[in-house]
Design a protein. Structure first.
Length: 424
RNA sequence: GGAGAAAUGGCAGAGUGGUCGAAUGCGGCGGUCUUGAAAACCGUUGACCGUUUACGCGGUCCGGGGGUUCGAAUCCCUCUUUCUCCGCCA
């Protein structure tokens, strides 16, 4: 959520910059400013009346003490009037506030000046490409075939027990998952992150805080009976730790890492996109989250991007980094780098990580603040990134490393798997 | 799931209808003293909204929401959370 003060002071700039996200704010911004004007005016009127009521209440107390009952009762006539007025002003004020809120919630975050123009994924800018694209023989198999051949992932069993998109990992496949999770977490700890194990269900406030609600309602699994949401990413519980918190300046940056299962309904997905591990309802991910001083958040974004890149390098996967164009940038992000690994058997790039700076868009909604060295209280910047999401990494590793006797495990992973080859 | 108790500033803890944004202690910050540090002493120390060029002024907040009252941290209702006991149980 953008800050109302910023919109007030930079009205034209806000409208202009949102065009990069293909968002026409020319109607809503003036409406926001008008609503805020009404809000402030109502607040002032209400405060004045409350001030009078407070003053009179004190007078009445005094009059009673002095035994001047009649005079006290006379004053009460006015306080009764004031009570009605303040009550209705209070209701009005609440109305304006929630009206303003529901307008502000519709405004996306401003894109960073570096964000490339463009309206779709085709126009994302490749900022780095690294590693040799493997050339596999004609008989190379996609990962779902490999998974079946070596009996390491069972999609049919998942369908039977839960439904499509809920695979079973089995034997070396299961251990491979654990190895990757451990590898990712250990690398993050090495880089100075604190490990968390978060709850997998969150309440409404938390889902609202990170912006899943209200806009992505329906993409999350909802446990009706207790009104809890299954997390679509560990970002939700990990960032919400700091909701309504004022940090000390020397507590920044906050660097947290969490492994969690992630749950997504993926309503509307279909076809080859959902084949095998490409898109699941439940998957595993290691997420890194940072809270940082506004002056340093873009350096941090670079560091987080470098961290994700180092993981892919160690896994010996060819990858590329894309700077998302305005049209592909998420609602909440100011600048996002997507990581894609090349799947040789499917002959396509698979998104495995997304690293973003949200600047103060999330923290304004969640009121994540810090006390700066000069004593002033400011919103932090929030950043997060996958480091990394498992399923497509697994898909690419299986496909790219297949050979006649099975699938070889990247050497960086062997100390976590305890085996060097799948299939023998 | 049942019964009972509780929730106050960074922490501990007082306050049961008016002068309470809230005693006191600890902690934090600034100062005096000291070569420096500690101790001691003095001062200071919440957030948000509105208004003001500014000093300031006004308003809201004592777990959340609602109510009673001229007036609520204090009384009532409700929700949440924590603790104790019982039941069940990885």
């Amino acid at each position: 959520m953008l800050q109302i003060k910023y919109i007030q002071e930079n009205r034209d700039e806000v409208i202009e910059r949102l065009k990069v996200k293909n968002f026409d704010a020319s109607v809503i911004v003036p409406e926001i400013l008008r609503t805020d004007e009404k809000r402030r005016h109502t607040q002032k009127t209400l405060d004045d009346h409350l001030a009078e009521a407070n003053k009179l209440a004190k007078e009445i107390g005094l009059l009673f003490k002095q035994g001047k009952i009649d005079e006290a009762n006379k004053v009460k006539v006015r306080t009764a009037e004031l009570k009605n007025i303040t009550k209705s002003l209070g209701t009005q004020l609440e109305g304006f506030k929630s009206e303003l809120d529901s307008l502000l919630i519709q405004l996306p975050n401003l894109p960073h000046p570096d964000v490339p123009a463009g309206s779709s994924a085709e126009e994302n800018k490749i900022v780095l490409q690294e590693g040799e694209l493997p050339i596999l023989g004609e008989d190379a198999l996609p990962h779902w075939e490999l998974a079946r051949r070596y009996d390491i992932i069972d999609f049919d069993l998942g369908s039977k027990v839960s439904g499509a998109g809920f695979p079973f990992y089995k034997g070396k496949g299961a251990k491979f998952q654990r190895a990757l999770i451990n590898f990712f977490i250990e690398e993050a700890i090495e880089a100075g992150y604190t490990e968390f194990q978060p709850p997998l269900m969150v309440n409404e406030d938390s889902a609202y805080g990170t912006g899943q609600l209200p806009d992505k309602d329906g993409q999350m699994y909802h446990v009706n009976i207790d009104n809890l949401y299954l997390i679509p990413t560990a970002e939700v519980p990990i960032t919400n730790i700091y909701r309504n918190v004022i940090l000390k300046h020397d507590e920044l940056p906050v660097k947290n890492v969490a492994y969690s299962s992630c749950f997504r309904r993926e309503a509307g997905s279909y076809g080859k996109d959902v084949r095998g591990l490409n898109r699941l309802h439940q998957f595993d991910k290691v997420e890194i989250v940072q809270l940082q001083h506004p002056d340093r958040s873009y350096q941090t974004l670079d560091k987080m991007t470098a961290h994700a890149a180092s993981l892919l390098r160690k896994l010996e996967l060819p990858f590329r980094i894309l700077s998302l164009c305005g049209g592909d940038l998420s609602f909440t992000s100011a600048l996002t780098y997507d990581f894609e690994v090349y799947s040789a058997a499917q002959k396509k790039w698979l998104e495995v990580s997304s690293v973003s700076n949200f600047e103060n868009f999330q923290s304004n909604r969640m009121k994540i603040r810090f006390k700066d060295q000069d004593g002033s209280i400011k919103l932090t910047h929030t950043l997060n990134g996958s480091a990394l999401a498992l399923p497509r990494i697994v898909a690419a590793l299986l496909e790219n490393n297949q050979h006649e006797e099975g699938i070889s495990v990247p050497s960086a992973l062997v100390k976590y798997t305890g085996f060097e080859n799948i299939g023998t």
